[in-house]
Design a binder for this molecule. Sequence first.
Ligand SMILES: NC(=O)c1ccc[n+]([C@@H]2O[C@H](COP(=O)([O-])OP(=O)(O)OC[C@H]3O[C@@H](n4cnc5c(N)ncnc54)[C@H](O)[C@@H]3O)[C@@H](O)[C@H]2O)c1
Length: 287
Amino acid sequence: MAKGIIIVGAGTMGQSIGRLFGQHGWTVQAVDPTEAAREAFLTAVPGSTACAALEGAGQADLALECVPEDLALKRRVLAALEGAVPGGAPILSNTSGLRLEEMTADMARPERAVITHFFNPGDVIPAVEVVAAEDAPEGLCAEVMTLLRGLERRPVRLNNATPGFVANRIQHAIMRECLHLVDQGVASPAEIDEIVQWSVGVRMALSGPFRQRDLNGLGTHLSIAEYLYPDLCDRHDPSPSLTALVERGHLGKRSGKGFYDWPEEGDGAAAEAALRRVIALARDSVD
Ligand SMILES: NC(=O)c1ccc[n+]([C@@H]2O[C@H](COP(=O)([O-])OP(=O)(O)OC[C@H]3O[C@@H](n4cnc5c(N)ncnc54)[C@H](O)[C@@H]3O)[C@@H](O)[C@H]2O)c1
């Protein structure tokens, strides 16, 4: 019989992760108090069911929370999920960076909770960052890793849950420097995009930073690091130009304006198809 998952929070991430499980033969149930989110979920995940409250969902083999990044809410949802899946089953959280021990404070068995940080869209981007409690039962994390590999993801377990895990730290380090260059008048956002996409960007699609640096030569990297680091941005607050954009309501594509103008929102289908092609190419070139 098909295995079942309950996904609490049927928004952006809940839908794409739900689609991933559905495509791999799981029975998917969503729980979300918002009717529009439930309707979008049912469209995004063919064959799924959706209800407004956990009591309506019954039991499943696995549970995953994808509710907004609010500690009090995550605590309530994770504790409620303990009763919805069998005692030994993992309870997954898609938090972007909340601390596991704080999120699980109301659980009777907090060691069952495992962070599985998927990237958007969860059924397209292969990487998943995994964080388990230090006292997680023997085999629980291995079970989650096996499960994710079975969904054709590329999970990596982190030894400790540093804020932002790995990918968001790297992404923010890059953007901090990009905004610094704009603020210094060195280049415009479009010019920086042009340089980064067609240099570091195309390299990174085919290789991680360490492998790439090995290919380039560590001596050169060290020589540049010695003179460059004193000049790199090290500010501890977000760039004022980013803050100003957000305060003006310029949130990027979703509001029609960000660093660029976005006259039409579009459904993103072409961009997603291109991303899938790049991922397939990267898989072929390194596996
Ligand atoms: N969007 C991303 O790019 C991204 C990437 C990785 C991780 N995350 C993380 O995933 C989680 C979900 O993010 P998202 O972007 O899908 O948010 P979202 O706002 O798109 O969806 C959240 C959904 O949760 C629902 N919800 C609110 N309270 C609820 C409750 N009590 N019970 C059930 N559902 C409830 C909302 O109605 C909404 O549909 C967050 O922790 C976020 O940090 C997001």
